[in-house]
Design a protein around this ligand. Structure first.
Ligand code: PGA
Length: 261
């Protein structure tokens, strides 16, 4: 049975003070949340320690936004998986379309990063998604399957909790233009079918597939009720408690409705 994962990707936003303020408010705001909603925040690297400290004792967990595909050595500006593990970071986003677009990320480098994260016991949140041109050319399925094959080329998934996949249509990220719940569901279902073939029906049915791309308080419910949407990777709307908390509460309502006591 899958729970709901709500992950906030801060991208390159906030400073030290606002990180602490936000995390303290988040800890307070999610005190009564059901255990069926997993809350994650992904601050920029310099604020990971502050976020961990401010969220200590709360159910929210911290993710990094990227990781090096090397373990250590002369790689100026990079941060390795063992470094993240030494802080106690349980999750790391990789393959985000902004990394692909601006920093040369490819399916091959996502695979290399995934291998490093696995050996440090960190769960990757692997992003895939098509551009508008690809969608308009009816290449969405082809693009997603190619990305999945590349990102998982030499990977055996034996534990469905060890990997999270995020479907993020590039045309919906930061644009205010969300995929319709039906468009998102179609791709999520494609990803789950691929997982069933590639791994097993059991892995496919338990692995979390998140939606990302202009998810907001007013569209999150319609997305989360879709059969194969197991949560969201939220950018802009995860930056303020005014927007993020209501989304978490909606997830909480849906989980409670699914598992009435
Ligand atoms: P957005 O970003 O919610 O601001 O569209 C989502 C993401 O890039 O993860």
């Amino acid at each position: 049975m899958r729970n709901i994962i709500m992950a906030g990707n801060w991208k390159m936003n906030k400073d030290a003070q606002s990180t602490v303020l936000f995390c303290k408010g988040l800890a307070e705001g999610i005190r009564d949340l059901s255990a069926g909603v997993k809350v994650i925040v992904a601050p920029p690297y310099p604020f990971l320690g502050l976020a961990l400290e401010a969220l200590k004792g709360s159910a929210a967990q911290v993710a990094a936004q990227n990781v090096s595909f090397n373990s250590d050595g002369a790689y100026t500006g990079e941060v390795s998986a063992p470094m993240l593990a030494s802080l106690g970071i349980p999750y790391c986003i990789i393959g985000h379309s902004e990394r692909r677009q601006y920093h040369g990320e490819t399916d091959q480098t996502v695979l290399s990063r995934q291998i490093k994260l696995a050996s440090s016991g960190i769960t990757p949140i692997i992003c895939v998604g098509e551009t508008l041109a690809e969608r308009d050319a009816h290449k969405t399925a082809q693009v997603i399957l190619t990305q999945l094959k590349g990102c998982f080329e030499t990977i055996t998934i034996s534990d469905p909790q060890s990997v999270i996949i995020a479907y993020e249509p590039v045309w919906a990220i930061g644009t205010g233009r969300t995929a319709t719940p039906e468009q998102a569901q179609e791709v999520h279902s494609l990803i789950r079918s691929w997982l069933a073939q590639r791994c097993s029906a059991a892995i496919a049915s338990d692995l979390h597939i998140l939606y990302g791309g202009s998810a907001k308080p007013d569209n999150i419910r319609d997305l989360l009720v879709q059969e194969d949407i197991d949560g969201a990777l939220i950018g802009g709307a995860s930056l303020t408690l005014e927007q993020y908390l209501p989304m978490l509460l909606t997830a909480n309502e849906l989980i409670k409705a699914r598992n009435p006591q």
